[in-house]
Ligand binder design. Structure first.
Ligand SMILES: C[S@@+](CC[C@H](N)C(=O)[O-])C[C@H]1O[C@@H](n2cnc3c(N)ncnc32)[C@H](O)[C@@H]1O
Length: 272
């Protein structure tokens, strides 16, 4: 298919322009993570929320590997993978997110992680056996340039994890009380694989079925995780609307829903 019929990287850039999200600005995005870092793990759901994705990546890594985690954040993937490979470079633009990651690595006596505070666009890295970018390409408007750099840094396998544009049960509730839904509704995994394809690289696209789960002592706690900035009245409405989706559990209440996650896997040498 000629690029002029469908240019995947251009579709990605158009989707980003549509969002008109203040966080497309690097400084604004860093400021966001600065105030959000300590709450990130809670908001991301419990670790079972990434179990299937982690299993997929674990199958691709070898004990002697070096792994580069681009946008490592608080280390949801970095830390379990550090226990499976020789060394991990945890790269992130946010000092606050890396501070949480450093603290968690220390608490788990994990010593084979190097921390690199830099924007991917400005980073200079040596090639790693495995390169991972999970939920972290949302700000890179020039997708092709970002992917070319990732490919150049990959010795054996590149994995990109992203949403597939799905919509969770609480989306209408959030839209009703906040007026907007900020998570991407585009099939980003296809745009990543398509851009690689237009670079001449044949990547696999896999869909992983996760269950995203939030646990809180009270129903209010769960509403606050989902809409941290909402007013008390809005939280009342959200709590009410969430009721059909909540279950009692040992720790209080649990809100869980199935979530499809896209994993794009490219093995070095696989060309179109
Ligand atoms: C949604 S979090 C994902 C963290 C982790 N990969 C996970 O799945 O839990 C996104 C992370 O990517 C980082 N990030 C976003 N754009 C980046 C860029 N251009 N260069 C480096 N880090 C970036 C953010 O600072 C943040 O820590």
């Amino acid at each position: 298919m000629p690029a002029e019929l469908f240019d995947f990287a251009a579709a990605w850039a158009a989707g980003m322009q549509q969002r008109r999200d203040a966080r497309l600005d690097p400084a604004a995005d860093r400021a966001f993570w600065q105030q959000y870092a300590e709450r990130y793990d809670e908001r991301a759901g419990d670790m079972s929320s990434i179990a299937q994705t982690l299993a997929l990546i674990s199958d691709l890594v070898h004990p002697n590997d070096t792994l580069l985690d681009i946008g490592a954040g608080t280390g949801r993937f970095t830390l379990p993978l550090a226990e499976q490979v020789r060394h991990v470079t945890a790269l992130d633009q946010s000092a606050a997110m890396l501070a949480v990651l450093r603290r968690k690595a220390h608490a788990r006596s994990i010593t084979n992680v190097t921390f690199l505070e830099v924007d991917w666009q400005d980073a200079t890295v040596v090639p790693h056996d495995v390169v991972l970018a999970a939920w972290s390409l949302y700000r890179l408007i020039d997708l092709r340039a970002a992917l070319e750099k990732m490919v150049a840094a990959t010795r054996r396998v590149l994995v990109i994890v992203s949403g597939v544009g799905g919509s969770p049960p609480h989306r209408p509730l959030i839209e009703a009380i906040c007026g907007t839904w900020t998570e991407s509704l585009h099939p980003n995994h296809l745009l990543f694989a398509g851009t690689l394809w237009q670079m001449g690289l044949a990547a696999e696209v896999r869909i992983v079925r996760e269950v995203r789960a939030f646990v809180g002592a009270t129903r209010r706690d769960i509403a606050k995780i989902l809409a941290p900035e909402a007013s008390p009245d809005a939280l009342d409405t959200l709590e009410e609307g969430l009721l059909p989706f909540l279950q009692r559990c040992d720790d209080g209440w649990r809100y869980a829903y199935p979530q499809a996650v896209g994993a794009v896997v490219w093995h070095v040498g696989n060309t179109v």
